[in-house]
Design a protein around this ligand. Structure first.
Ligand code: ADP
Ligand code: ADP
Ligand code: ZN
Length: 215
């Protein structure tokens, strides 16, 4: 079992790479962003509570996301966990460490995906997701097939996130630098940090990732 954290600003490519690892290594993607969006779609009380915060681009409370992650750590019959978009604060990092210890799990690597801020606007404003299978597309770098059908599942349901606009991105970037970027130093000091060039092509990033994970 290999457990990793994908660390990087919104649009760095965490979700895109997580999907490959799920397919190629039978890992389980734990994206707190996806879990929070699901809670909104299914209309739970928690979903309603966080909707406005997410639309604005602010972080939701540590307590909520830690609760979501805790539930998912029970099943360990797979290739490992990919923490995607979690932890995002030092309090979340501490909580994760405690949870992993309780479950007798170890963290193998924290992979920082480095991307210029200038590139993030284009990444975020061009992003769309398949409503059928969650495949991530980009208007310029990974456009939908000409026939409008998802290459992975055939669905024509093109979804764009409500928070994928320049205004919300500004807030998300500020949240990232204020609250999440200290985790880079935190994991460096712990000896877990690995960095890769997130500006390289999706394929190149995939190779760097495989190299880091020993393959
Ligand atoms: P991105 O793919 O752009 O990095 P995510 O899908 O991970 O964004 O997150 C979308 C939103 O969900 C965030 O802007 C934040 O409001 C909320 N969120 C997701 N994960 C966390 C977390 N670990 N802590 C606090 N808020 C979170
Ligand atoms: P995150 O989960 O970190 O927010 P995503 O994986 O959703 O990031 O990627 C954001 C956007 O950038 C998507 O539209 C995706 O298709 C595109 N993208 C991801 N990785 C790359 C890459 N290496 N080169 C070019 N575009 C990419
Ligand atoms: Zn699809």
């Amino acid at each position: 079992m290999t457990n990793i954290i994908l660390l990087g600003p919104p649009g760095a490519g965490k979700g895109t790479q997580a999907r490959y690892l799920v397919e190629s290594r039978r890992m389980v993607q734990l994206s707190t962003g996806d879990m929070l969006r699901e809670a909104q779609t299914s209309g739970t009380e928690m979903g309603k509570k966080v909707a406005a915060i997410m639309a604005e681009g602010k972080l939701v409370t540590d307590q909520i996301v830690i609760g979501l992650i805790r539930e998912k750590l029970q099943d360990t019959s797979h290739g490992g966990f990919i923490f995607d978009g979690f932890p995002r604060t030092l309090a979340q990092a501490d909580a994760l460490e405690r949870l992993l210890r309780e479950m007798h799990l170890k963290l193998d690597a924290v992979i920082e995906m480095q991307v210029d801020d200038d590139a993030l606007v284009a990444r975020i404003t061009g992003r769309s997701t398949c409503g059928g299978c969650g495949e991530v597309y980009h208007d310029q770098t990974k456009p939908w097939p000409e026939d409008g059908k998802c290459a992975n599942c055939g669905s024509t349901d093109v979804q764009r996130r409500a928070d994928d606009n320049e205004d919300s991105l500004k807030t998300r970037l500020m949240e990232y630098y204020k609250k999440t970027s200290p985790l880079i130093g935190y994991y460096y000091a712990k000896g877990n940090l690995q960095r890769l060039d997130g500006l390289a092509s999706i394929e190149e990033v995939r190779k760097s990732m495989a190299w880091i994970m020993g393959e």
